[in-house]
Design a protein around this ligand. Sequence first.
Ligand SMILES: Cc1cc2nc3c(=O)[nH]c(=O)nc-3n(C[C@H](O)[C@H](O)[C@H](O)COP(=O)(O)O)c2cc1C
Length: 185
Amino acid sequence: MDDRPRFTVLAGSLRTDSLNRAAADFAAAHLSVKGKVECPDLAPVPLFNEDLELSGDPSPVQNLKQAVVSSQAILIFTPEYNSGVPALTKNAIDWLSRPYGAGCLIDRVVGIACVGPSSRGGENVREHLLQTCTGLTERVYPLTLGVPNVFELESGRLPAIAEASIKAWLDEFFTFSRKWFPETN
Ligand SMILES: Cc1cc2nc3c(=O)[nH]c(=O)nc-3n(C[C@H](O)[C@H](O)[C@H](O)COP(=O)(O)O)c2cc1C
């Protein structure tokens, strides 16, 4: 049996040259040395609708929930839109929050990060998401990561300075999360 820690990494942007998608991919590669990583695609996840939920979770939602339930730690890389949480990110969290009071994020460590062009590194989205996730699990990593002043990918990658700050944060996140990982870690 694989008793390495298990991570789910979510990217809250659909665009091809997304900074946050690149950050999520970088994080997944870094964490894959430490454990098993899943990156469920949020694109096919439908808008949350209680009627849809009543008739049974659609398969993209089942895939998303399954990844999260089988992980000890969840990393969310999201842009900031209009000083808040983009619909794609919030929609995924809304599905994961269900059923009310018994959602999939309970007992999962959650880390929140934003990469973007602003000088404040998506301070608002990180603050909003921290508040939302704190209502869904007691294991939110309180130190969110903002990677400011990143404007575009360079040959498909984030600038080296951005990758370095993500790597350092992931290592701190790993240390914070460790007590909830399988005992051999
Ligand atoms: C609808 C929209 C609203 C935005 N609002 C903000 C904002 O409030 N704060 C901010 O720092 N950037 C904002 N931006 C810029 C994004 O941070 C930037 O486009 C970023 O690269 C998006 O993330 P991605 O590269 O992962 O797609 C906005 C972009 C869009 C498309």
